[in-house]
Design a protein around this ligand. Structure first.
Ligand code: IMP
Ligand code: MG
Length: 173
């Protein structure tokens, strides 16, 4: 399967603008909170994490966790950790994710850290609510999208297209 075309869904300007708005909400919510950890879900959230974190005006530690579930354009439903789990004992964790699709990855990650973390919130660049299989409602969402397979700005198709500076819908032929 080859992508024949990628249609721009959100350009760089639109993404940056929306992330600023999201950061404003988060700054308000966390103005009195200490021990905050931004937990980046690798690899897809890396660009969102980088842009968002620089707009937060409170002290936040960085942690990273690798999760994998997709092959091509389908979630295998078989979620695996690809890194060690960071120590987030007693921390107020903000999970930073690229996209919440079936919700299974975030459900899995939340279960892994919920006993240790003081609080867990989920912040995602993209949300595809129509594909949800478990009850997960992200606390901060940059954009809700229809059931499209998207790439760019960190998101991949078989590890490709991550470094496109926009989010685009991949059309397959
Ligand atoms: P979930 O477990 O089904 O919610 O899937 C979450 C993960 O699948 C995301 O973190 C992405 O890495 C990947 N994913 C889901 N939808 C897409 C997409 O449209 N493009 C690229 N990756 C996706
Ligand atoms: Mg991901």
């Amino acid at each position: 399967m080859n992508t024949s075309k990628i249609d721009v869904l959100f350009d760089d300007y639109t993404i940056k603008n929306r992330i600023q708005t999201l950061a404003n909400f988060i700054n308000e919510d966390y103005s009195d909170t200490s021990d905050v950890v931004l937990l980046c879900v690798l690899k897809g959230a890396i660009n969102f994490f980088g842009d968002l974190s620089l707009l937060l005006d409170f002290d936040a530690e960085y942690e990273f966790v690798g999760l994998t579930s997709y092959e091509g354009t389908k979630s295998t439903g078989n979620i695996k950790l690809t890194t060690v789990l960071p120590d987030i004992k007693g921390k107020n964790v903000i999970i930073v994710e690229d996209i919440v699709d079936t919700g299974r990855s975030i459900e899995y990650l939340k279960k892994l850290i919920e006993a240790d973390a003081s609080d867990i919130k989920v912040c995602t660049l993209l949300d595809k609510p129509s594909r949800r299989e478990v009850i997960i409602e992200p606390d901060y969402i940059a954009f809700q999208i229809e059931d499209h397979f998207v790439v760019g700005y960190g998101l991949d198709y078989n590890q490709k297209y991550r470094n496109l500076p926009y989010v685009g819908v991949a059309r397959f032929e």
